[in-house]
Design a protein around this ligand. Structure first.
Ligand code: SME
Length: 150
């Protein structure tokens, strides 16, 4: 099912050439709309030279966590580890920043440009333990395509 979204991701990137934030927002909208267990979809990016992440385009409930220091929460850990982070149960995590009490699970996939971890896609789910290898593979594809326009 996720595989079927790949052409739509490519079309969005093709059609929005030159307007990065609009492209990123359109990708968030597509994912949130088409995948029932993707309930908050957003991008965080390294904030200039600072060791912190800044919220980019997103779809879902507004969050207070516009700035996240490296190392803090799931997102901040991915900024440091350069690895995918799949969290089946957010309540089992010590280093977690809660955005909404409805969130049960989270997945964060880093975005690399020229080998450097410059940001990430972050997805929250209100469904417990919803993510599989298929989500990781699909979101790695999304991040690799997004990296080309950053
Ligand atoms: N839960 C994240 C914070 C960002 S929100 O999910 C939008 C974390 O622990 O890093």
């Amino acid at each position: 099912m996720l595989q079927e979204l790949k052409p739509s991701v490519l079309t969005i990137i093709e059609n929005n050439k030159g307007n990065k934030d609009q492209t990123l927002l359109a990708i968030c909208e597509l994912l949130e709309e088409k995948v029932p267990y993707y309930n908050w979809v957003g991008f965080y990016f390294k904030n200039g030279d600072k060791n912190e992440l800044k919220l980019g385009p997103y779809v879902g409930e507004p969050t207070d966590h516009v700035i996240i220091p490296f190392g803090k929460g799931i997102c901040g850990q991915v900024a440091v580890s350069n690895e995918n982070f799949v969290v089946p149960d957010v309540q089992a995590q010590d280093n977690y920043i809660a955005c909404s009490i409805t969130v049960k699970a989270e997945i964060v996939i880093p975005i690399f440009v020229n080998g450097e971890n410059i940001g990430q896609i972050d997805i929250d789910s209100n469904t417990p333990d919803p993510f599989s290898k298929e989500d990781e593979d699909f979101l790695e594809f999304v991040c690799a395509e997004v990296a080309k326009i950053l």
